[in-house]
Design a protein around this ligand. Sequence first.
Ligand SMILES: Cc1ncc(COP(=O)(O)O)c(C=O)c1O
Length: 399
Amino acid sequence: MAAQPLLNTYGRLPVCFERGDGLWLYDTEGQAYLDSFMGIAVTGLGHCHPAVTSAIMQQAGKLTHCSNLFHSSLQQQLAHRVCQLTGMDGAFFANSGAEANEAAIKLARHFGHKKGIHHPTIIVLENAFHGRTLATLTATGSRRVQAGFEPLVSGFVRAPFNDLNSIRAIASANPNIVAILAEPILGEGGIHLADQAYLQGLRELCDEHDWLLMLDEIQTANGRTGTYLACEQYGVTPDVLTLAKGFGNGYPIGACLARGRAAQVLGPGSHGSTFGGNPLGCAAALAVLDTLEQQQLPQRAAVLGERMLAKLRDHLEGAEYIRGIRGRGLMIGIEMQAPCPELVLLARMQGLLLNITMDRVIRLLPPLTMTDQEADSLTDQVIRLIKLYAADERDRPRR
Ligand SMILES: Cc1ncc(COP(=O)(O)O)c(C=O)c1O
């Protein structure tokens, strides 16, 4: 493919898509590909879901933008729906995950300043991913994301994932802590689930120290793990919650939601976004919520996820090239023993789009709308491919 005048920020595969439908993407040559990760957990209802397409088209003929200096009935409807669903009291709408997290970080800092803490500090976790803006890449627990962009933002301290003692140690050493920002399941970090006691312990420590518990559910929400939010399964309610990705099924919209005293922190003029919560995004997100509810898709994700995990474990667990298979709902990770970048190319040659995170974790994030047969056929293809790859690797002469 010829060089294009794009800044070189992505290592792109040599394929160009022009159409999508459900589980399938079609390239400019008309070749069909089975998509196992839906733009990294974005099109959770499948590509071009008719309810979302129709909502966007209808809204485009009515009103596409009006300033946040005015009221918007669609924004109010969406805020009402999503607060009811999540137990939150107020919403700020943004255009992406990083922006939703930026709002959360600003909210936590303002919360601290209001308490007289002049260098408010947020606890963040190893292997977390929160975005690519300066504050969110600082919050992200990956040197690969941060390197070359120093100086990083101050006001963050890092702890290992699933380790409550390290949080207790920070609590006793640092009087400036105002919040903890965490993902209930590490997505980019390799599909690692928070332990039940850990997430519950974070909630308790936040209550004990008057900190805000801020959960980044940008990848885990919107029904993907079997409930609208992953934290519901832990019985934990955060003070601040961030959403994006599947929230608009591909239309860019994110949200920072807050509850109780956290919902009272920001005032007029303290934060804003020109495009945040625009009528098109709100119409798309409302159509997503309607579809999730009408078709009981979170419940479906739980059933399909169990089905896929069982099949994957049946066929792959115990093989010498597999380190682990884990997940919740339709957020599944297959960890290989060794880095496997070639697997992405091999899959694409066979008409399957695969995503690998942390160099060796095959991440499956298929749509919640799959039929049982589609889920089986996708799982069979992934299993076949991994076996083929492992056999090739075994036969490859060592240097
Ligand atoms: C958990 C999590 N938080 C934040 C982000 C950043 O979202 P965006 O790319 O929309 O800025 C991502 C993206 O992968 C994510 O997985």
